[in-house]
Design a protein around this ligand. Structure first.
Ligand SMILES: [Zn+2]
Length: 148
């Protein structure tokens, strides 16, 4: 099992997902520079396109809890809920393109090249990246500084 408690928080958050259609539960945990943690999970909708990702859910919670400017790092994981009630899954779950864009927003607001840790549902395999690697040459708030 993983030793990073942030990944375990993300795995626990995935258990709170509302994913009756895909049955693919995703959890995200965001740590502030002060060690506070905000979490989120995916939430689907019968109108499929209205579903939201765990990262967006967690970013909204982080904004309320400590502000996007204070985010230090982000962990995301996903899989299915096993018979034992724990999150399970072999494949490392990485953020979708839309979530990378939203994380970039927080990164530019915070002035930090945020670490994003992706994990498989089992919590046994992780992949750490910087947001600049996940969305190179991304468009963010810095691009709007010349707006009139
Ligand atoms: Zn996403």
């Amino acid at each position: 099992m993983t030793k990073d408690p942030l990944i375990e928080r993300a795995r626990a958050a995935a258990l709170g997902a509302y994913a009756p259609y895909s049955r693919f539960s995703v959890g995200c945990a965001i740590e502030s520079v002060d060690g506070a943690i905000a979490v989120g999970a995916n939430m689907e909708n019968a109108c499929y396109r209205l579903g939201i990702c765990a990262e967006l859910s967690a970013l909204a919670a982080a904004q309320q809890a400590f502000g996007l400017e204070n985010i230090a790092r982000i962990a995301v994981t996903g899989g299915h809920v096993g018979d034992d009630g724990a999150l399970a899954g072999d494949a490392v779950v990485t953020s979708c393109g839309g979530c990378r864009q939203s994380i970039l927003e927080a990164a530019q607001v915070s002035g930090r090249d945020l670490e994003v840790i992706a994990s498989n549902g089992n919590g046994t395999e992780t992949r750490s990246s910087r947001i600049s690697e996940l969305i190179p040459h991304g468009f963010g708030p810095a691009n709007l500084k010349d707006a009139g």
